[in-house]
Write a protein that binds this ligand. Structure first.
Ligand SMILES: Cc1cc2nc3c(=O)[nH]c(=O)nc-3n(C[C@H](O)[C@H](O)[C@H](O)COP(=O)(O)O)c2cc1C
Length: 294
């Protein structure tokens, strides 16, 4: 069955699946595996100390896949940046962005803090800009600044958190009413039901973070992957970590860990989500060959 949404059409991918940005892990092999499997792989700039090392990583990714992939610039918020000698703010990343444009990268994702300088410049060179945030009000600002799509991360998810963060259900159903650009749902999504639920809520794609941490191509250790598989998501400490922001010295994965049961290749994982989603749609009476939300 073929999937058609505003996002699959915009960035020309088989599945409406976007890879999360990953500090520490978002490197060429993992990125290329996600793109080769039919999603949009993301190479994370924070993993590279210099623009030249980032250039090498981009070239390596181009050697590993001929499918579309994007790069991520996670912008350090000012309150964090003031404690760091070389903060990774928008200015820091401008050189990285020039390298990405120079090497022919066509999609950039920004996250964590307002990123319109990078986004607008990337777009002025013909690129596509996605912005990821936690609050709808920030999504509205990014849309006004020209972002081509918005990823909204619900409180069930991980990454940067916000005290006013809402659930994925509230985020996406409200975003559908308030935004005009395509929407990518993130936060707690780890199986076919979560994927279809996000589509039903109004998303044009989903973003997988935690759900793909235990894949074969993810460069985390086997011990780390087993910890995710064994995570009891109903444990009180874990609950407080996710919903009450008790994040100090804690694991980074999210409620989506509840769906991580085994180590699969990225391709096996994406095919499984798509295959099970198709089975569900068939069981509900869908008989078409193209599932489209266009
Ligand atoms: C190990 C790890 C590292 C991450 N690093 C970043 C990052 O550097 N920048 C960013 O924007 N998001 C980062 N994220 C968040 C993901 O990109 C994604 O938004 C989030 O995982 C979605 O929620 P989920 O884990 O419930 O799928 C990270 C997530 C994980 C699990």
């Amino acid at each position: 069955m073929q999937w058609k949404t505003k996002i699959t059409e915009l960035v020309k991918i088989k599945y409406p699946f976007i890879q999360g940005a990953f500090a520490g892990l978002g490197r060429p092999e993992f990125t290329a595996a996600f793109s080769n499997a039919g999603g949009l792989g993301i190479l994370t700039a924070i993993n590279y100390p210099s623009a030249e090392q980032f250039r090498e990583a981009i070239n390596k990714t181009f050697n590993l896949t001929n499918k579309p992939f994007g790069v991520n610039f996670s912008i350090m918020p000012p309150m964090m940046a003031k404690n760091v000698p070389k903060p990774r703010n928008e200015n820091f990343y401008l050189e990285f962005m020039d390298v990405a444009i120079d090497e022919g990268v066509k999609i950039c994702t920004t996250s964590a803090y307002r990123s319109d300088v990078i986004g607008k410049k990337f777009k002025s060179k013909g690129g596509t800009w996605f912005h990821k945030c936690t609050l709808l009000k920030h999504a509205l600002t990014a849309e006004r600044m020209g972002a081509d799509a918005i990823t909204l991360v619900g409180i069930e998810g991980t990454g940067f958190k916000n005290p006013l963060q809402n659930t994925t259900l509230v985020n996406i159903t409200m975003a559908r009413k308030m935004l005009s650009v395509p929407i990518i749902a993130a936060g707690g999504i780890g199986n076919a039901r979560g994927f279809l639920a996000a589509i039903a809520m109004g998303a044009d794609a989903v973003c997988f973070g935690t759900a793909i941490l235990a894949t074969k191509e993810c460069p985390a250790s086997n011990t780390y992957k087993k910890r995710i598989i064994n995570q009891d998501i109903f444990n009180e400490d874990f609950y407080n970590q996710i919903y009450h922001h008790q994040l100090k010295d804690k694991s980074i994965w999210s409620m989506a860990a509840g769906h991580v049961d085994e180590i699969l290749s990225v391709k096996e994982f994406l095919d499984k989500i798509s295959g099970e989603a198709e089975e569900l749609l068939r069981s509900w009476g869908f008989s078409g060959e193209v599932f489209t939300t266009l």
